[in-house]
Design a protein around this ligand. Structure first.
Ligand code: GUN
Ligand code: ZN
Length: 471
């Protein structure tokens, strides 16, 4: 059934880089979005200019509400759905050892894992997140359960089991042999990834190769996983992992990687150069379907290599605050030509709702020291939470904005559900000049919205529903 949605619309049209987002900001205070029978966008524009074809459509009115493209979360962890705000008594590695590895081990229980999958989908839908790049469970049954649940609910997802073959004692339940790690990853791809190109063009769910981080693997596992990835790369399989997150001197993640592998740069370990002295040891993982989470402390050479290979960064400012990881240098990262998308990093980040992650994004970057400080334009924020994510996932031809021909992934925000937002939108002073007023309105919308304002979440034109928690 063709539907014509009526609401206050913002989106970033076309295919700009982030610096051009403001010039591509489209705004229809009384707007229409025409969604065809296939769930694709037939038209988006001012309500008064709706095309003749809209006459036959069912009107879905969203009075006093905003319609935005669905949010794209390029970094979050399924097996951490139930352990937000865990106290690790330290930074990344302490938090992993004390809280996260034991929490992820609970998904060995099939009942718990089923409930976790249902809750994970509920949380995404409630937050208006239509697409996620998701670190999966180490346990094949739990991961199968996620695939099934996501398909049932109609979310768009890229996910793969989190691979770990070495780690501290608390990670023991999550570890497999190298042979099992490769076998289980291959089985997930064969079972759940659309290997056929035509099927891929239609698919909502795809699979990624997901080593947890370099410290979870040996050089031989990196080589074997690289060979596996090489075998499936042309089938559109994704790659994601963590990069340059914690720089505590001596004992933090980055120094430990460099000491353990004797490499020059952390990124070398994902680029096939994981042998001592950054010698080549096998195929690398970088490319247009590769996303590195965090990238807080990249060298210029690493940023150049990310840009050169089309590898994106999933920027996770809430997590970086929570784990004391520091601030990704916005200006330097963008200037290097890297696509920067947004990640909640649940549960390193304790916030599912991406506008709130953008809220932190704005605050941490305006607070960067000296000339590094940047006051991000509201269109750059919207771009980062939507179109940049679609680009990071190589899905820009299908999602990320409301251009005609794309699949209709969108979210309805109803300010009346959160008085702080409603009051600010209604009473806040904004410039007289229309363009500046538009920008100020979008800024308030993105910064002051809360998850409770999400009135509806649509993927490919279909409204998604939360489900009762599994007992
Ligand atoms: N590095 C390795 N594993 C993790 C994880 O689960 N969360 C975060 N934030 N960083 C990691
Ligand atoms: Zn993470």
């Amino acid at each position: 059934m063709t539907e014509l949605h009526r609401a206050h619309i913002f989106h970033i049209c076309g295919s700009p880089v982030v610096a051009d987002a403001a010039r591509h900001l489209e705004h229809y205070p009384d707007g229409g979005l025409l969604v065809d029978d296939d769930g694709c966008i037939a038209w988006c524009g001012p309500w008064a200019e709706r095309p003749p074809a809209a006459g036959a459509a069912t009107v879905v009115d969203h009075p006093d509400s905003f319609l935005l493209p669905g949010f794209v979360d390029t970094h979050l962890h399924f097996p951490q759905v139930n352990c937000i705000d865990s106290y690790g008594g330290g930074q990344l590695l302490e938090w992993l050892n004390h809280c996260i590895f034991p929490s992820e081990a609970k998904l060995a229980d099939p009942g718990f894992a089923r409930g976790a999958a249902a809750e994970f989908c509920n949380r995404m839908i409630s937050a208006g997140t239509t697409t996620g790049l998701v670190f999966g469970s180490q346990f094949p049954d739990a991961q199968d359960g996620l695939h099934e649940e996501v398909r049932r609910r109609g979310l768009r997802l890229v996910t793969g089991r989190t691979t770990q073959t070495v780690g501290p004692p608390s990670a023991e339940p999550l570890l497999t042999s190298e042979a099992d790690a490769i076998r289980l990853t291959a089985e997930e791809i064969e079972r759940w990834h659309p290997l056929d190109e035509a099927a891929r063009a239609e698919a909502l769910v795809q699979v990624a190769v997901v080593p947890r981080f370099t410290l979870s693997l040996t050089t031989t596992t990196l080589a074997a996983l690289g060979e596996l990835y090489e075998a499936y790369r042309d089938k559109g399989v994704y790659f994601t992992s963590h990069l340059n997150e914690n720089n505590r001197p001596g004992t933090g993640e980055i120094d430990t990687v460099k000491q353990t592998f004797s490499v020059e740069h952390y990124l070398d370990t994902y680029d096939g150069r994981f042998l001592p002295g950054s010698e080549v040891g096998g195929p690398g993982f970088l490319g247009r379907r590769s996303v590195m989470a965090h990238g807080v402390h990249c060298t210029d050479a690493e940023l150049a290599r990310l840009a050169e290979t089309g590898t994106s960064i999933a920027h996770c400012p809430v997590s970086q605050l929570f784990l004391g990881s520091g601030t990704m240098p916005w200006r330097r990262t963008i200037a290097a030509g890297v696509n920067v998308a947004l990640g909640s990093d649940v549960a390193g980040g304790d916030e599912w709702f991406l506008p709130q992650v953008l809220n932190s994004c704005f605050k941490v970057h305006i607070s960067e020291p000296g000339g590094a400080s940047v006051s991000l334009h509201p269109a750059e924020l919207l771009f980062t939470g939507t179109l940049a994510g679609a680009r990071a996932l190589d899905l820009e031809d299908r999602i990320g904005n409301l251009d005609a021909g794309k699949e209709a992934d969108f979210v309805i925000i109803d300010p009346s559900r959160w008085p702080t937002l409603e009051n600010s939108l209604r009473w806040g002073s904004r410039p007289a000049e229309p363009e500046a007023a538009r920008d100020a309105l979008l800024f308030t919308l993105l910064m002051a919205a809360r998850e409770v304002t999400v009135a509806a979440t649509y993927v490919r034109g279909r409204r998604l529903r939360t489900a009762e928690p599994v007992a």
